[in-house]
Design a binder for this molecule. Structure first.
Ligand code: BGC
Length: 258
């Protein structure tokens, strides 16, 4: 199926038309700067511009950096607080005049990795973490997504601080802001993974997002019994996974053969 996949982030809104069976882009990838302030109305207008650039009239799958419960946003850690309680799916569907299906951005990246990347054919408990401005999580049990986990918000008891939120301790943003060496970053991320390992006993961690392209530089610090691998689809995972989600939810047009 062909679906327009969109990944809404703090700095850019990116999209491409995706072949959801093959997990491949069938158009170029376009990007528009996220407006500031990134209020619901401003983002909806920017999304419409992106959709118009593709002259797209079909269904849209859209990843969004918040928990999305039945189309409504319930959190806003790294986005404008006015998103909380916003019916995002309805807002985007009305703005674009295209049926739009919205899910958490890390869940979107996870869906892509499970279908086409490092999680392909992996059973048991797979935990995907996206390391960027925040830390997103997507948890799969035998290939099924448990949506809207927020494991980047887990409290860690660190040497520096008691009760530090994980994404304030070892996200890509923290690494850049504190100018951490890869080894120091790896040590911190290891602490986080050890906590997740203890609490959830996953079979596999997949690390994606901005920092993951440097996996080889920080992973030597890991001391875990769980396997840890880097994501394979990197910065396209959000777009492709969102499109896959759209394809899973779109209803066939009336009159068309099933
Ligand atoms: C948000 C998550 C999101 C992640 C990555 C976190 O701050 O709470 O919902 O998936 O950032 O964007």
């Amino acid at each position: 199926m062909e679906i327009l996949g969109v990944d809404i982030g703090g700095t850019g809104i990116k999209g491409a038309i995706v072949d959801t069976e093959k997990g491949e882009l069938i158009s170029e990838r376009k990007r528009i700067e996220t407006p500031h302030p990134a209020t619901p109305a401003a983002v909806a207008e920017t999304l419409k511009k992106l959709v118009d650039e593709f002259q797209w009239k079909g269904a849209i799958g859209c990843g969004f950096p918040a928990t999305i419960h039945h189309g409504v946003a319930y959190s806003a850690a790294n986005i404008d607080k006015t998103w909380i309680n916003t019916p995002v799916e309805q807002l985007f569907t009305e703005a674009t005049k295209c049926q739009t299906f919205v899910l958490n951005d890390a869940d979107a990246a996870g869906l892509c990795e499970m279908k086409f990347g490092a999680g392909k054919n992996e059973n048991g408990v797979v935990m995907m973490l996206t390391i960027g401005t925040g830390i997103g999580s997507a948890v799969f049990v035998d290939g099924h997504l448990h949506p809207n986990t927020e494991l980047g918000h887990l409290f860690l008891n660190t040497k520096e601080d008691k009760y530090k939120i994980a994404e304030h301790y070892c996200s890509e943003r923290v690494r850049v802001e504190k100018d951490l060496s890869w080894s120091k970053f790896g040590t911190k991320f290891n602490k986080y993974l050890q906590r997740l390992e203890f609490l959830f006993n996953p079979d596999l961690f997949i690390l994606g997002g901005g920092a993951s392209k440097n996996f080889a530089k920080f992973s030597p610090e890991f001391q875990l019994h769980t396997r840890v691998v880097e994501a394979q689809t990197l910065n396209l995972a959000g777009i492709i996974g969102a499109a896959v989600y759209g394809a899973q939810h779109v209803k066939p047009a009336r009159g068309k053969a099933k």
